[in-house]
Design a protein around this ligand. Structure first.
Ligand code: ZN
Length: 505
């Protein structure tokens, strides 16, 4: 009624002032007034101002808004003042803040104004529970480290409770450093999966198979039975992918490798393994198998598009071709390779050969004493530069790719994670850009890789769930985890008759 009265009034005044105009023109004008009046009323009843009508906004669970969005999508788009809309565990839109604000009504918001938004980092190789053995022995040879420290410490201390507490510590450390997916291999992997799932972290978790009595399973038949049950238990979980992880070619027999591969393939589970890590592994394989480690794995039918191979240092051009043909992913672990003096991964040759290369922390005991992938990106680029005596050998962008979309590809999850694109899982991180080491900002990728640190990670979202907000992890009790780690440290020291901490180097 109001609408009709108002428009009639306007048309009346029009008629008085412009009596000479033709009836046709009057009719057109009247129509225009009627339409604009209708819009105005609709506008008033809708939101606040009297502009054009707005479509009802689509409801989403989360809107990350503002800031610079580094998508790592195929075009490597970077969106200034961008936004990401999330429904459930999936990204539904990536675009400008204005555009997404106009379309979506979120239940929850994360403000990223003045900050950086990027895909969550992918730690493609680690042993999370070994956080409790962090720093147990360093600056020693691998054999000394294994035989005099790690194996005795594991034998005397590694129980399911140890693994659960160690994994909690590892996941806490990784989350605080912006890691949203990790690939693990250790013992009692079912406990690793339970802890990881409870923390809201995404992971591929491999139960380790090794040809000597392990802390969880004393014989290979027991280990295979445990692993099969474990694979069955986690099948279809949205966060956890259970995997099979034969340790390496030098700690497992051909039979174990074949059984592991057969079991994994029966359940469409990934295979995680250390490959061509040291010169000794290569030399021993050439002597024993008359083939490189990669050639040997190919020969026994182990390589495939489900294999995640850690290290891949001592590889030749034929090995690289085999990796590419089988779509096997490789993982670079620069800290570990430097600390153990294992060598340098030929990243350039692998990438040029079409092999997907990810980045991992390895460790965090002996082979790297932290789980900081921001640091690994920095080292990954620098070790290639100094080895090749060429600062162009690996760029900041390539290092960031290894930690995000490249890593996702290497672990065969690139259709789900690794970049910020509609349809992918909502795994993303927000970083501060105002620390003294973060300003001024000229080149984004270089800043991320060479200047920012894990302490710049402010907020972490995994599968659409905010797991860390303003540096406060919401899914884990940090004080309790740190206290438990200290108690385990004392127990391990006693078990090895080590002097109290601080009194030895
Ligand atoms: Zn490892």
């Amino acid at each position: 009624m109001n609408e009709i009265a108002r428009t009639s009034g306007v048309s009346e005044s029009f008629r008085k002032g412009h009596a000479a105009r033709s009836g046709v023109l009057r009719a057109v004008w009247l129509c225009a007034i009627l339409i604009s009046g209708a819009w105005a009323v609709r506008g008033q009843s809708n939101i606040s101002d009297s502009g054009p009508a707005e479509k009802p906004k689509e409801k989403v669970s989360l809107l990350v808004e503002g800031g610079t969005v580094v998508t790592m999508d195929p075009a490597r788009r970077v969106i200034e003042d961008g936004a990401i809309a999330v429904r459930g565990d999936t990204i539904v839109a990536v675009g400008s803040r204005a555009e997404l604000e106009a379309h979506y009504e979120p239940a929850q918001r994360v403000s990223a104004q003045g900050r950086l938004v990027m895909p969550g980092l992918v730690n493609a190789h680690a042993h999370a529970a070994m956080t409790l053995l962090r720093g147990i022995a360093d600056d020693v040879t691998l054999q000394d480290w294994l035989n005099n420290y790690i194996f005795p410490a594991e034998k005397r201390n590694v129980t399911e409770a140890f693994v659960a507490d160690g994994t909690r510590l590892g996941v806490l450390e990784m989350m605080r450093g912006g890691i949203t997916t990790y690939v693990d291999m250790y013992y009692f992997e079912d406990a690793v999966a339970r802890v990881t799932k409870a923390a809201g972290m995404r992971a591929i978790l491999g139960e380790t198979l090794i040809d000597f009595p392990a802390p969880d399973n004393k014989t290979m038949p027991e280990a295979l039975a445990y692993t099969e049950k474990y694979l069955q238990h986690w099948k279809g979980d949205p966060l956890i992918t259970a995997a099979v992880a034969p340790h390496s070619i030098y700690t497992t027999s051909e039979q174990t490798l074949r059984s592991a591969a057969a079991l994994a393939r029966r359940y469409h589970a990934p295979l995680v393994i250390h490959v061509a890590e040291t010169k000794k592994e290569l030399d021993d394989s050439l002597a024993k198998n008359h083939a490189t480690p990669v050639g040997y794995l190919d020969h026994i039918g182990f390589l495939g598009p489900d294999v995640i191979a850690a290290h891949c240092i001592w590889v030749n051009s034929a090995d690289i071709k085999l990796f590419a043909e089988h779509h096997t992913g490789c993982v670079n672990n620069p800290s570990s390779n430097m600390l153990l003096a294992s060598g340098v991964m030929p990243v350039g040759a692998l990438l040029a050969g079409g092999v997907a290369v990810g980045l991992g922390t390895d460790g965090p005991a002996g082979s790297n004493n932290d789980m900081d992938l921001m640091r690994e990106m920095d080292l990954a680029a620098k070790i290639q530069k100094v080895t090749k005596m060429d600062p162009r050998a690996l760029t900041a962008q390539q290092a960031l790719e290894m930690a995000t979309i490249g890593g996702a590809h290497a672990i065969h999850m690139d259709s789900e994670i690794g970049s910020l694109e509609p349809g992918k899982k909502a795994d993303l991180i927000v970083l501060d850009l105002d620390a003294p080491h973060a300003v001024p900002l000229y080149h984004l990728y270089a800043q991320i890789v060479y200047s920012l640190t894990e302490s710049d990670v402010r907020t972490v979202v995994i599968g659409g769930r905010i797991v860390m907000q303003d540096r406060h992890v919401l899914t884990l009790d940090q004080a309790a985890i740190v206290a438990a780690a200290k108690v385990w440290g004392q127990r391990v020291q006693k078990s090895l008759a080590m002097p109290p901490s601080g009194s030895h180097n």
